[in-house]
Design a protein around this ligand. Structure first.
Ligand SMILES: CC(C)(COP(=O)(O)OP(=O)(O)OC[C@H]1O[C@@H](n2cnc3c(N)ncnc32)[C@H](O)[C@@H]1OP(=O)(O)O)[C@@H](O)C(=O)NCCC(=O)NCCS
Length: 183
């Protein structure tokens, strides 16, 4: 299903473009994700674990382009990728109507409405998608920006897994599972 590229005005008056991630964006996207992982307390991937090659990233992007129930959007300012949202539809028949969301952005662009814009565009696309019925996600309970963002978009809490995440310092965090009906 197609996605119409769109421009969005952020709270700091920056105009950014939200568009489908193409194969040629692989290197820049990897750079952006690597940068924001290092600045994100609440993503369970340590920077040193993020070792994906450009070739593998190209294959991953290709799978988003080819799978009808999946979408990978990037937010760009000029040539710089500021952040992304992945909507990964399951390829298993029994759960093909579900897709899991992951998202993130560079620290200097947080709390300016970019997450809200990316999520809104992703949800609009999912509502038009004939296969998808449920969007879901996992978020650290302490991730106030994330939980607020998802709640504002209509996501409901399905359950909480206690002590699901563990930091380098052996501090535990609960995992909040949320979902949105997009039928
Ligand atoms: C979580 C994340 C995607 C949110 O995107 P964002 O662009 O910062 O969020 P927005 O500016 O659109 O704000 C969303 C809402 O959360 C609120 N919010 C944002 N940051 C907040 C904070 N630190 N504390 C409390 N509320 C916050 C905003 O006020 C806004 O609510 P409002 O629309 O009612 O005013 C982004 O901060 C991020 O990439 N964080 C690091 C990676 C990450 O945690 N990814 C999510 C994994 S589940």
């Amino acid at each position: 299903m197609k996605f119409q590229q769109t421009e969005v005005l952020l709270k700091n008056n920056d105009i950014i473009t939200i568009q489908i991630c193409d194969i040629e964006d692989a290197e820049e996207l990897l750079r952006t994700v690597k940068t924001y992982l290092a600045d994100s307390e609440y993503i369970p991937v340590r920077p040193e674990e993020f070792t994906i090659s450009i070739e593998k990233e190209k294959l991953r992007i290709r799978s988003f382009l080819e799978n009808d129930n999946s979408l990978l959007l990037i937010a760009k300012k000029g040539n710089e990728i500021l952040g992304n949202i992945d909507i990964t539809g399951s390829q298993k028949e029994a759960i093909k109507h579900t897709a899991v969301i992951g998202m993130g952005m560079l620290k200097e662009y947080r709390n300016k409405g970019l997450g809200t814009a990316l999520l809104r565009k992703g949800i609009e696309w999912a509502r038009q998608n004939p296969v998808l019925e449920i969007l879901w996600l996992q978020v650290y309970a302490e991730n106030t920006a994330g939980v607020t963002l998802y709640r504002n978009a209509g996501f409901e809490i399905n359950g909480i897994q206690k002590k699901f995440f563990k930091s380098k310092e052996n501090i535990y965090f609960d995992n909040v599972i949320m979902s949105l009906d997009v039928r």
